[in-house]
Design a protein around this ligand. Structure first.
Ligand code: APR
Ligand code: PHB
Length: 395
């Protein structure tokens, strides 16, 4: 990339949704940035991730000029269903909260962000190898990397670590300055994508004695399904027929009677993890998105949390560059973490109710069923759940 400057205001490590949206929001406030991404553009745009956007996420994307295709192609959902041992009950999110969610794949959000970035003439360096961050305790941090053309260095005022859970930024912080909290779950999700119409107009989250299942979608003609599986599940043991049979059992007889099956066009197993790193700021290095926290996918909070982080961070950085005030950047970590822990609580709770835990006894299963019965039978319980599912307001 010949036009790459040797210095910028914000060096952004990672070109996933967090890094791309941060660059976009900064650009709209007149702050320059450069994105360094380890993978290729095709790889980043091809990754399949969750697909439910909170209303606040949708509103933010729309207000920053990213809403056109989402408004055309996104599916607005006013409710979800919970299937409890095959019996479906609906939670009317719109009636309970006045808010809705939008089903629009993260893959699509990412494509829209890349397009906006390139249209604005912004720099994204793809296939940047061996990225490293330096000097973030001083006033002049730098980012270094290697490309096919050789070594490169970028001087920055700030560095944003948007490089995901396995990135380099969090690992660059001395161990005595960072604290991490973690839960790993003793199961994974096996996901399939298929060009078949969704089984229902809304998502179905299923708790079944055989394990969790989720019926989701990407469009009126493309479905996304998940089933709880062993962590070491081998895809060779899961031909499509077996996945469909298992889905029919777990989603219940009504769904089994109407589900449209077909060949999978993608199939993969993902582990579940809850993780938080504190704080999210170290001098002139900020962490945002998966670099700082991971939630299990139950409830689809991951992307929404990344969006909330970069909203707060972009405002803080813009304020600093406009006025010299450090108040926003000083408060970033605390503000972001408050929301992060709320989402952790919600995602952990929802995961705990829906999954089958090996070794759990009858008492534990009865409690799960009672939680779900209460959730779907009590308006206050449903409302408390719904306000989290559609997304708590930005504070
Ligand atoms: N150098 C440069 N880039 C890196 C490095 C590195 N050392 N390590 C990782 N990256 C890149 C990855 O290739 C990826 O494109 O950083 C990006 C991080 O993107 P995501 O993993 O998508 O994380 P984030 O942008 O925080 O997105 C929020 O929440 O739960 C999730 O699924 C949701 O991925 C979504 C995320
Ligand atoms: C998805 O469609 O991929 C999806 C939807 C809802 C979730 C998780 C994943 O809670």
């Amino acid at each position: 990339m010949s036009a790459l400057p040797g210095r910028t205001q914000v060096g952004i490590v990672g070109g996933g949704p967090a890094g791309l949206l941060l660059a976009h929001l900064l650009h709209r406030r007149g702050v320059a940035s450069v994105i360094l991404e380890r993978r290729s553009r095709a790889h980043v745009e091809g990754r399949i991730r969750a697909g439910v956007l909170e209303q606040g996420t949708v509103d933010l994307l729309a207000a920053s000029g990213l809403g056109a295709r989402m408004a055309r192609e996104g599916l607005v959902h006013g409710g979800i269903e919970v299937a409890i041992d095959g019996v479906r009950r609906r939670l009317d999110l719109a009636a309970l909260t006045g808010r809705r969610v939008t089903v629009y794949g993260q893959t699509e959000v990412t494509k829209d962000l890349v397009e906006a970035r390139l249209a604005a003439g912004g720099a994204i360096v793809y296939e940047a190898e061996d990225v490293s961050v330096h000097g973030f305790d001083g006033e002049r941090p730098t980012v270094r990397w290697r490309t096919a053309a050789g070594e490169a260095e970028l001087a920055c005022d700030f560095i944003a670590g948007c490089d995901g859970f396995h990135g380099v930024c969090r690992r660059s912080v001395p161990a005595d300055r960072i604290r991490t909290y973690e839960r790993v779950y003793p199961f994974g999700w096996l996901g399939i994508l298929s060009d078949t119409p969704p089984v229902s107009d809304e998502l179905i989250y299923a708790s079944h004695e055989r394990g969790f299942a989720l019926a989701s979608m990407r469009s009126p003609t493309r479905s996304r399904y998940y089933i709880q599986c062993d962590l070491d599940a081998d895809l060779a043991d899961w031909p499509d027929e077996r996945v469909w049979d298992e889905l029919k059992l777990r989603l219940g007889p009504e769904a089994a009677a109407t589900i449209r099956t077909g060949p999978s066009i993608e199939k993969s197993v993902a582990p579940l993890r809850s993780f938080v790193a504190e704080p999210m700021r170290f001098g002139r290095l900020f962490l945002a998105g998966d670099a700082a926290h991971i939630v299990p996918p139950t409830g689809a909070k991951g992307l929404n949390l990344a969006v909330a982080d970069v909203k707060v961070l972009s405002e803080a950085l813009a304020e600093f560059f406009a006025t010299g005030s450090e108040e926003g950047i000083d408060r970033y970590s605390e503000r972001a973490l408050r929301r992060v822990w709320r989402a952790q609580r919600f995602s952990w709770w929802f995961s705990a109710q829906l999954h089958r835990y090996d070794g759990a006894d009858g008492f534990a299963r009865r409690l799960q069923l009672t939680e779900l019965d209460y959730l779907t039978g009590s308006e206050p319980a449903a409302r408390a759940f719904a306000e989290n599912y559609v997304g708590l307001p930005f504070d």
